[in-house]
Write a protein that binds this ligand. Structure first.
Ligand code: NAD
Ligand code: UD1
Length: 344
């Protein structure tokens, strides 16, 4: 996919994280100047060093917090930023149930702080990382953007509240340009194997868990339930390659040239089960993935995949990478970096 290359500066909050680092790379490659603001609470500077190595261009890196208003004002003064891509946030569902205030503080108050600073600086263009979790347990699949919204945990609630805040801003200030992107299940890595997802501790999400079983760091996968109403009884999700997702952000920036308020699901439109993922990962890696069936995980839903039509029409974008590439690229990253970004 080709994007218009403009020499303009984009502020990427959370740009050292999993999705942010891949998007920063694409922005640099497309000719944008990038300022990354990240407090590294869930990422490492090494990710950005590698982004710069692949792109042969460096982003400006500011270590700091989106809740720091003075820092934000300084940053908007020092760089001529025309748009913000806002990834910064905490994302562990279980942790959000245990520490809800931490999540509301960081995600909601942090976003309000960012939006206030943007208002002061007269920067009114933002792309926001929302999540398919805002649909709660959908009545049917595939999921369209006009389905009812419902939060089922504090993490999901932060995404929903931020979406509402953005819609309220647009109602009161219609000159703002806002893209709300609801991600399905990001997976995979850049095909260099140099950047990828680096979860802290034992992964919660399926693909990083499978990858660590394949590489021998974990002994077996627990499959959370085999009695769902799906083709093989295990949970079905819409796994989207992180590079497709990153491209979706550039497409959204482009679409904001003409559109004012965009809300799009970013997924492939295809649902795969846990067993589909285990089998494909095993084939691609040539490694057995031992597993056992255990109880359902509290809060899990049976099936979740998007109807990709609206994103295709609105963003002129679609996810082109398939399951084999997702697993292959994730495996290459895992194999080359068994300890993630930790430098031995
Ligand atoms: P990530 O944790 O890898 O990246 C988030 C980045 O934000 C990290 O680098 C972290 O250090 C930074 N950060 C957090 N709070 C901050 C703060 N107050 N100030 C400055 N930096 C801060 O997560 P990711 O997977 O790249 O996700 C990016 C965004 O997309 C998040 O908002 C997440 O909720 C959302 N999202 C992720 C998924 C997923 O499965 N990965 C799915 C849907 C939505
Ligand atoms: C999780 C989050 C969701 C978030 C999404 C993408 C929860 C309850 N939900 O959803 O808010 O938007 O990630 O980041 O955490 N599975 C196993 N064994 C495992 C791990 C997962 O069987 O060890 C199964 C799950 O039951 C599910 C599928 O694999 O059917 C995918 O799980 P996961 O990667 O955690 O994503 P989601 O459940 O979609």
């Amino acid at each position: 996919m080709k994007f218009k290359s403009t020499i303009s500066t984009v502020l990427v909050t959370g740009g050292a994280g999993y999705i942010g680092s891949h998007t920063t790379l694409l922005l640099l490659q497309a000719g944008y100047d990038v300022v990354v603001l990240d407090n590294f609470v869930n990422s490492k500077p090494e990710a950005l060093r590698r982004v710069a190595e692949i792109a042969a261009r460096e982003p400006e890196i500011i270590k700091g917090d989106i809740r720091d208003s003075d820092l934000l004002d300084q940053l908007f003064r020092n760089f001529s930023i025309f748009a913000v891509i806002h990834f910064a946030g905490l994302k562990a569902v279980g942790e959000s149930v245990t520490n809800p205030l931490t999540y509301y503080e960081n995600n909601v108050c942090g976003t309000v702080s960012l939006l206030q600073a943007m208002t002061r600086a007269n920067v009114t263009r933002i792309v926001f990382s929302s999540s398919a979790t805002v649909y709660g347990d959908p009545a049917s699949v595939p999921i369209r953007e006009d389905f009812p919204l419902k939060a089922t945990n504090p993490y999901g609630a932060t995404k929903l509240y931020i979406e509402e805040i953005l819609r309220d801003i647009y109602r009161s200030e219609p000159h703002w340009r806002i893209a709300i992107l609801r991600y399905f299940n990001p997976a995979g890595a850049h095909d260099s194997g140099m950047i990828g997802e680096d979860p802290c501790g034992v992964p919660n999400n399926l693909i990083p868990y499978i990858a660590q079983v394949a590489v021998g760091k974990l002994s077996e996968l627990s499959i959370f339930g085999s009695d769902y109403d799906t083709h093989d009884g295990t949970g079905v999700r819409d796994y989207i390659h992180v590079m497709d997702l990153a491209e979706g952000h550039l497409a959204a920036l482009n679409a904001l040239e003409t559109l004012s308020l965009i809300t799009c699901n970013l997924g492939t439109g295809i649902g795969y089960s846990v067993l589909d993922m285990v089998n494909t990962f095993s084939e691609v890696s040539g490694k057995p993935i031992p597993y056992r069936i255990s109880n359902r995980r509290l809060g899990d839903i049976s099936q979740c995949y998007t109807d990709p039509t609206h994103a295709r029409n609105t963003l002129n974008w679609k996810a082109g990478r398939g399951l084999t590439q997702i697993c292959g690229d994730h495996w290459r990253w895992q194999l080359k970096n068994p300890n993630g970004y930790k430098l031995e």
